[in-house]
Ligand binder design. Structure first.
Ligand SMILES: [Zn+2]
Length: 410
């Protein structure tokens, strides 16, 4: 490894006594002098005893704030101190953000219930939200949220109909039980007909899953999932406000919100993130990007025409569950590309520019009530056509913790 030393300075002490710093963006680069690495900063991982340096692009506090879904200042400082996020400049405690008030109109409710299940999947909280005041681009009007009591990890499934709840739960059960080699033991549900139907309860009984049904008008019995639901909606509204995307993109915004919330430290887990609690590893924050910003996926693997442009201007609409890649919307064609090879411009948000004509009618944020389900008379179904299926340009392995593929809305 000696021939690959990147430092130009001669060793000044016995090499065994040096704190060696590795350049994490390349292989075989190491130095005893951190100042010889551009943008080097301390890095501490739970299972790495030595002190290393991490090369990463430094990002301003404002960009981090946008990438993290407008997380609170306390969450950001926790991340900064715990994971040493590469910050460009110094942190400002009272920074004003014009987006946060649009999504976070109220404080999150207090979580009454403090005790946690002992193991993942021992107790799950289920809740169905909807109907949404505006249909999503794929025709979804509901979402099923499933929160693991032990880790607070959340899965979100957009649904076209309430009747999809059982089939979605069956898929979810297979996925998590296979992944974690454990069985779902108990559910906390409310008295909604989708959970108390004979079919649903029979399925639980047949698989030895016990359930508790919360009493009407006793929100403390649903504190875990209620708080999570409000957090999802508040964060999703911030992402929509930041991007100026039409509200028919609420599924993309809410899915991204869950992706981020799973990676944010929470006091309920002693400032650990649900991701880390469940998977026993630190989330990677360096690949996060600002929802709704301009992006340019590399088109060569898909576009075979020799005179075609290699990059197409798109809008970043979240992280793909099934392929480890970024979801990029071509606003002209309406196509969604999934790729890891993407160039981002986080200073530009194309839907903030008047020349982009949204394909669906925007809805005021106030229509996304974060309280109980909305009255059906408030539903304003968009007539925008469903988008074509995403095109996978390049990606790595399938994410085993993903939601199922979007079901046919019809
Ligand atoms: Zn903000």
């Amino acid at each position: 490894m000696a021939e690959n030393l990147t430092t130009s300075s001669p060793p000044t002490a016995d090499v065994a006594n040096l704190n060696w710093c590795f350049d994490s963006s390349a292989t075989h680069h190491m130095t005893a002098n951190a100042t010889s690495l551009p943008n080097a900063h301390p890095y501490t991982a739970p299972h790495i005893a030595c002190q290393i340096a991490c090369y990463g692009k430094r990002t301003t506090q404002d960009v981090w704030h946008a990438q993290l879904g407008h997380a609170s200042h306390s969450v950001f400082t926790t991340l900064l101190n715990k994971y040493h996020l590469p910050l460009d400049g110094t942190i400002v405690s009272n920074k004003n953000c014009h987006v946060c008030p649009l999504g976070k109109s109220c404080r999150l409710p207090f979580e009454y219930r403090q005790s946690h299940a002992q193991f993942p999947l021992a107790l799950l909280h289920l809740d169905l939200w909807g109907p949404a005041p505006i249909s999503s681009n794929f025709g979804y009007r509901y979402y099923l949220s499933i929160v693991d009591d032990n880790t607070r990890f959340t899965w979100l499934y957009p649904l076209a109909k309430k009747s999809k709840v059982l089939a979605t739960f069956i898929h979810f059960k297979k996925m998590v039980e296979n992944r974690f080699s454990s069985r779902i033991k108990q559910l906390q549900i409310d008295g909604g007909g989708e959970f108390t139907s004979k079919l649903f309860l029979t399925f639980l009984s047949d698989h030895g899953i016990s359930h508790q049904i919360s009493c009407p008008y006793t929100p403390q019995q649903n504190g875990v999932v209620e708080r999570k639901h409000r957090h999802i909606v508040a964060t999703g509204l911030c992402l929509l406000a930041q991007s100026c995307l039409p509200h028919s993109f609420w599924v993309e915004a809410f899915s991204t919100a869950v992706f981020l919330i799973n990676r944010l430290p929470t006091p309920q887990l002693d400032h650990m993130s649900p991701y880390e609690k469940l998977l026993q590893r630190t989330p990677d924050y360096t690949f996060l990007k600002s929802f709704g910003c301009a992006c340019f996926p590399h088109m060569v693997p898909y576009n075979m025409h020799k005179l075609s442009f290699k990059y197409v201007p798109c809008v970043f609409i979240g992280y793909d569950d099934h392929y480890k890649g970024y979801r990029c919307l071509d606003p002209i064609s309406g196509r969604i590309y999934i790729s890891r090879n993407v160039i981002f411009d986080e200073t530009s948000f194309p839907y903030q520019q008047p020349q982009i004509t949204p394909t669906a009618q925007s809805t005021p944020a106030s229509q996304f009530d974060i309280g109980p389900s909305l009255d059906s008379s408030q539903i304003n179904i968009s007539t925008s056509p469903a988008q074509p299926a995403p095109i996978v340009l390049d990606s790595s392995s399938v994410n085993p913790f993903a939601s199922p593929p979007p079901s046919d809305p019809t």
